[in-house]
Design a protein around this ligand. Structure first.
Ligand code: PAF
Length: 283
């Protein structure tokens, strides 16, 4: 496995890979890798001749300076894991390498990027599109792998790929959970053991709400999840929206769309840590 930090080195490594033929898979990450990332890398390694993993904490997608400063950085451990998984190239650039000049490009895909995370984190998806488009231009992957925990992110990246006609196949991969049900996230490392126990209630409540939804309305299901979680010490729901899984617009009735997903963001613990999760209700 090659670890490179400049675009020039990346291009050289990719040229060698292309000479051998075979498809190139890209797994974009911000590092602090866990079993969720590992599942993306395993799938890419199985489906492509070579897998490139980018490890880059992208400053332009953080709208909160503290969040960026506190984001875990564990490059050495990440590389050890990626090597064991069979990745071919790790691209771990500096901020200056990726943004030699400020990126002034604006990406806007309403209404997909204006709801939920888009409404609460101004500029977040613009930053995601800036870095993901740059990675697509730099790596020119045949396939790119994204985790479904960031449900809205995949929809926004898909909108960008369609609008810019980028020749890449997007491969969404299922959420990986701890045995407790907690969705794996790099941010989980910021939770104390007690806070982690509290956070388990998020997935537990979501799972239980699927059965609840079979004989309750969308509004009742939304209220049940929100109220149950807000009643728990150490948890505060930022939003819980039940949406059409394609358009990401809120639904009022279970018959309104064939594919319906509940997307949640919860603040957990002292710091607090912002956790997201989602659950499929229909489809
Ligand atoms: O999902 C993430 O970790 C990031 O948003 C991504 C796609 C790597 C872009 O920085």
């Amino acid at each position: 496995m090659l670890v490179v930090s400049t675009v020039k080195e990346l291009e050289k490594a990719l040229a060698a890979v292309r000479e051998k033929g075979g498809k190139i898979g890209l797994v974009p990450t911000m590092g602090a890798l866990h079993e969720g990332h590992a599942s993306l890398v395993r799938r890419s390694v199985a489906e492509n001749g070579a897998t490139v993993v980018s490890v880059f904490v992208n400053p332009t997608q953080f709208n909160d300076k503290n969040d960026l400063a506190n984001y875990p950085r564990t490059l050495e451990a990440d590389c050890a894991l990626l090597d064991s998984l069979g990745a071919s190239i790790v691209f771990a650039p500096t901020v200056e390498e990726v943004y030699p000049e400020p990126d002034t490009r604006q990406f806007s895909y309403p209404p997909i990027d204006t709801v939920m995370e888009g409404a609460r984190r101004p500029g977040h998806f613009n930053g995601v599109c800036q870095i993901v488009s740059k990675l697509f231009y730099m790596v020119k992957p045949d396939r790119a792998y994204f985790g479904e925990k960031d449900f809205q992110q995949i929809a926004v990246v898909r909108a960008m790929v369609n609008a810019l006609q980028i020749p890449v196949e997007l491969c969404p991969c299922p959420i990986v959970r701890e045995e407790s049900g907690l969705a794996l996230s790099s941010r989980n490392t910021l939770l104390t053991p007690e806070e982690k126990q509290t956070a388990v209630n998020i997935s537990k409540t979501l799972f239980e709400s699927v059965k609840f939804s079979s004989n309750h309305s969308v509004a009742e299901t939304q209220a049940e999840v929100t109220d149950r979680l807000n009643a728990i010490d150490g948890l505060e729901v930022e939003y819980f929206e039940i949406v059409d899984g394609i358009t990401l617009q809120p639904v009022a009735d279970w018959t309104e769309a064939p594919y319906i997903v509940g997307c949640i963001t919860v603040y957990c613990g002292q710091r607090p840590v912002r956790l997201i999760d989602n659950i499929k209700y229909r489809g």
